[in-house]
Design a protein. Structure first.
Length: 461
């Protein structure tokens, strides 16, 4: 089969899997619902403000608003959909032994990913037309609204599809390390426009803005305004009139958006060149003194003469102890937990120890919740003496206990219950979120991504 045929075949297979996915409907609803909550008045809520004033909501400004929603809100949800839903269940045992070009296969999957994301953007465009009819002031400029939305959001979504290909190319990027890297890149793309304030419009400066919304916000504002804010901000009365057509025609802006599409295609080609197959066998044992220190060691020898175990007198206590051990498995976790505890001994516990402990629990809780809520394991746990509800209650209690244990030394040093109360709230919230998302998704990815985003919000609050 030719390379073009491989691309078509891989794209067709990906699109067929997407067509059977219920998560696609959730993806189509996220952006319109989020946009409706971000479009408000001066009374409060989440705003997009320029010099502490809201822009006059014309049709092109509405498209700009929707594009910002896609670049900030839809990207992590779309990444979770691409990574954890249907595309993760690839028949790699068959595909990785074929003679087809790995670059062609990656390009085909990229075409399918980009097509479904652009279909979601098309659905958002239709919703934007309806919002434009309801809310927009001035002429009903549907082409202007659509153009401002697509020139901002389409390159970002295509770049996200390419990033998903890159994060599935290497074995170490297919797990938690790749998810953490995505969160860091996403946060960087959001923070980059704030670092561009005051810069003149050019191809090189606009190329730094992957999200693509800084120049349309600032270049069309009257009087050379350069201060903008996105989020829960206090706004002043009055409206700012944005010239979106002038802003989108700023020097180098459209060329930079087209360049991001080219960068995305190049990244997919590099992903195909750098691809390494899945490893189904055992990993080679680590060598050295540090490896021996961090290793859990061999299990104890079996004793054939040992009497059979008696029924547990306190089965829930044993279940709770098992959950504590499974969440905190390995010496690496104990070492990191000790470091988080030491950080909390000095300074503000809310800014130091609590943040470190919550980051550690985000990985530990999501990993164990994903193991416990795997589809095949649920059938097995229903055969035990304790019901699944008891195991889930023990998981929530164990996750909260780990947070309390890491906060206990800080409370003793300060002679204050405040660290324990803070750990009680954050530990219970993280455990509940990890368990609930694992029950819905059947794996560790969705809870890990959501907990990492929540951790960043907690860290920056």
């Amino acid at each position: 089969m030719s390379a073009a045929g491989v691309v078509r075949s891989a794209a067709r297979a990906g699109l067929l899997r997407y067509r059977r996915s219920w998560g696609l409907w959730l993806l189509l609803l996220v952006a319109p619902v989020g946009a409706r909550f971000m479009i408000g008045d001066e009374s409060g809520g989440v705003h997009i403000a320029i010099d502490n004033r809201l822009p006059l909501l014309t049709a092109p400004v509405l498209g700009l608003w929707l594009g910002i929603v896609v670049s900030t809100l839809l990207l992590p949800v779309a990444y979770a959909y691409l990574r954890a839903n249907v595309t993760r269940r690839q028949p790699w045992q068959v595909e990785e032994v074929t003679a087809a070009s790995r670059i062609a296969i990656m390009l085909g999957r990229f075409v399918a990913d980009a097509a479904v994301l652009l279909a979601a953007l098309a659905a958002l465009t239709l919703a934007g037309w309806f919002l434009c009819w309801l809310l927009a002031q001035g002429p009903l400029d549907l082409p202007g609204m659509s153009y401002s939305l697509w020139i901002i959001a389409a390159p970002s979504l295509i770049g996200l599809a390419a990033l998903r290909s890159w994060l599935s190319a290497r074995p170490w990027l297919r797990g938690g390390a790749g998810d953490l890297l995505f969160v860091l890149l996403w946060l960087t793309s959001i923070a980059m426009p704030a670092m561009m304030q005051g810069s003149a419009s050019s191809f090189s400066s606009n190329l730094l803005d992957f999200a693509g919304y800084y120049r349309p916000l600032v270049a069309g504002a009257p009087g050379g305004a350069s201060d903008f804010a996105i989020g829960g901000v206090e706004v002043e009365p009055g409206r700012v009139v944005l010239d979106v057509a002038k802003a989108l025609g700023a020097p180098g802006y459209v060329a930079s958006r087209m360049a991001w599409i080219g960068i995305a295609i190049l990244l997919v080609i590099l992903s195909g060149l750098a691809y390494r197959p899945h490893r189904a066998g055992r990993r080679a044992p680590m060598q050295g003194r540090l490896a021996r220190l961090l290793s859990a060691g061999p299990p104890p020898r079996a004793d054939p003469a040992a009497p059979p175990a008696l029924p547990a007198r306190r089965p829930f206590a044993g279940l709770l102890w098992s959950e504590l051990r499974l969440i905190g498995t390995g010496r690496v976790f104990l070492l990191l937990a000790s470091a988080a505890t030491a950080i909390g001994l000095a300074g503000d516990y809310r800014r130091g120890g609590s943040v470190a402990a919550l980051l550690l629990l985000a990985f530990a809780l999501s990993a164990h919740a994903g193991r416990c809520e795997a589809r095949g394991l649920l059938m097995l746990t229903r055969t035990t003496s304790l019901p699944p509800a008891a195991r889930r209650a023990a998981f929530l209690a164990a996750g909260t206990l780990w947070a309390l244990l890491m906060a206990l030394p800080a409370a003793l040093v300060r002679l204050s219950p405040d660290p324990l109360l803070l750990a009680l709230g954050t530990g219970a919230a993280a455990s509940t979120g990890a368990l609930g998302l694992a029950m819905l998704s059947g794996g560790p990815f969705a809870p890990r991504l959501v907990l990492l985003v929540a951790w960043y919000a907690y860290f920056s609050a």
